[in-house]
Design a protein around this ligand. Structure first.
Ligand code: SF4
Length: 508
């Protein structure tokens, strides 16, 4: 029996690989051409796989490592060498992947045993505890509390540490002008990673995706962790230098600080280099050793990893396949070209897209309140936005982006979002330093120079009134819309049409 290790399961200590004598891995290169993936994403996954292969061999494990175009081709070679081989694999989180693997193995006379994925903390049982047979919407807070109780993280005698489950209110601060966050860690690529990066560069021009390949990106030198040792170092550096101020500034956006105090661990977590449980334990241990670490920072981090990340995986499991194409608002516009080029005078959107082009990354509030918010207001088809996130980010996988982008960002399905995350320039101005350096006026709703977020926001509310007006969480904003009816709203909607025209022409 051998363990089949997939590219997002690169962990030596959890799951069947921990005791494996023989491992099978497939570097299926057609994956690289399936989407216009960011070069850093491709370098990360393929380099981490090769590094993991080498670590397994150093440990004395036999590794059948196949460089192949597709899994089908890799399995052809494998079962010619080892007819009737028995494989065991951890259940991949991507919809349909288990069935596809079974089919490929069985067609070639092999056996495939699928076991639980040990790289998540929760199982179906925690989800059942929280929601049983209930219909959506599913509330994250209920799931999170079950997870806290089940794991005992941040709990004392059955109650949440500090007396509250959630310290979000304390996590919306904006740093003063003199604030300088710690430098984000960067890892120098070794020979293996450099070889992969060179291969990724050589791929340009061999794509039939739209846009054609990763040429849309403007990558800075690769720096993401690709080995277990580097990932652990990144975790230690976060805990030592960034954790204390992670909480208060987690929703802030600064033009010159792409990382702020964010953990930058998601790319390593999502391919298995770090286990979510060890990441949480490291944070809680550090807070215990340094009692001045703010509880709102610790709880905010634990909620993201123990709560949100696990919740997303289950929402995806429950919602697929319908979730991928969900579009309850009927948004049908093309994703504007500026998402690929960053070419816009909108200071916020331009800076965040440029960051994605350079690093395959932006932090969570930029993803939600700049990128998704703009697409939502503009009326982009959710699936198109999902594709963009999936291609663009180093930490993106279908199970991650689909619930975050289609449901939360685009209000696609009503599985857990109880209202759209729609905001005008007011929000951006409050939580960032972008507006002061922008060509657009954040206080203006209509006419020349008016911030596109504003006209699109009111136009979005007007366009979707039938669907949203009765939502009790939208009552206040609709009363504000009522105040604008007449000439004011007409002018705003005219400006929204102009904004769309400018975006289509590449002149926004
Ligand atoms: Fe963004 Fe509008 Fe502010 Fe410019 S004025 S930075 S476009 S929110």
């Amino acid at each position: 029996m051998a363990v089949l290790v997939l590219g997002d399961q690169l962990n030596l200590d959890h799951g069947p690989v921990a005791n494996a004598d023989r491992v099978v891995m497939m570097e299926a290169r057609a994956f690289a051409r399936r989407r216009a993936y960011h070069p850093h994403k491709l370098t990360l996954v393929f380099a981490a796989m090769r590094q993991f292969r080498d670590q397994l061999r150093e440990r004395g494990t036999t590794v059948d490592y196949y460089g192949c175009e597709t899994f089908a081709e890799g399995f052809d070679t494998h079962f010619e060498r080892r007819p009737g081989d028995e494989l065991v694999v951890m259940e991949p989180p991507t919809y349909g992947a288990t069935d596809r693997l079974r089919e490929l193995v069985h067609e070639r006379g092999g056996h495939l045993n699928v076991v639980d994925n040990a790289l998540f903390i929760s199982s179906r049982s925690e989800w059942e505890q929280a929601f049983g047979d209930r219909e959506p919407p599913y509330r994250h807070e209920e799931f999170y509390r079950v997870m806290r109780r089940e794991t005992g993280f941040l709990m004392t005698d059955g109650d949440p540490v500090g007396g509250e489950w959630n310290y979000d209110e304390e996590n919306r601060q904006f740093p003063g002008e003199a604030y300088e966050p710690p430098e984000p860690p960067r890892f120098e690529p070794d020979k293996t990673t450099r070889e992969v990066a060179a291969w990724v560069r050589s791929l340009s021009g061999s794509y039939d995706t739209d846009p054609p390949g990763p040429g849309w990106a403007d990558p800075e030198p690769f720096f993401w962790p690709v080995t277990r040792e580097e990932a652990v170092e990144a975790l230690e550096k976060f805990v030592d230098a960034r954790l204390a101020e992670f909480g208060p500034y987690q929703d802030a956006m600064l033009a010159d600080e792409w990382a702020l105090n964010h953990a930058l661990l998601s790319s390593a977590l999502n391919i298995g280099l770090l286990h979510p449980r060890e990441v949480i334990e490291a944070v809680i241990t550090a807070a215990r050793e340094r009692p001045d670490t703010p509880l709102n920072s610790v709880e905010g981090f634990v909620r993201q990893v123990l709560g949100w990340r696990e919740f997303m995986r289950h929402v995806y499991r429950k919602g697929m396949p319908q979730l991928a194409s969900a579009n309850q608002l009927g948004a049908d516009r093309e994703l504007p070209e500026l998402y690929w080029t960053g070419d816009t005078d909108m200071a916020c959107l331009s800076d965040v897209v440029d960051g994605v082009r350079q690093r395959g990354y932006s932090h969570h509030i930029e993803r939600l309140m700049i990128l998704s918010n703009f697409a939502l207001l503009y009326g982009v088809e959710p699936d198109q936005l999902n594709e963009w996130f999936h291609a663009g980010y180093v930490d993106a996988y279908h199970w991650v982006t689909t619930p975050n982008v289609v449901e939360m960002g685009s209000f696609g399905a009503g599985l857990f979002a109880t209202k759209p995350y729609a905001a005008s320039a007011n929000y951006v101005n409050r939580m960032s330093d972008y507006c002061s350096g922008c060509d657009y006026y954040h206080t203006k709703d209509s006419g020349e120079g008016a911030c596109p977020f504003n006209s699109l926001y009111w136009d979005f509310l007007a366009r979707n009134e039938e669907r949203l007006r009765d939502n009790h969480r939208m009552g206040l904003v609709y009363s504000h819309l009522d105040d604008k009816r007449g000439e004011e709203l007409d002018a705003i909607r005219e400006r929204a049409s102009e904004v769309r025209r400018l975006a289509e022409d590449g002149d926004l």
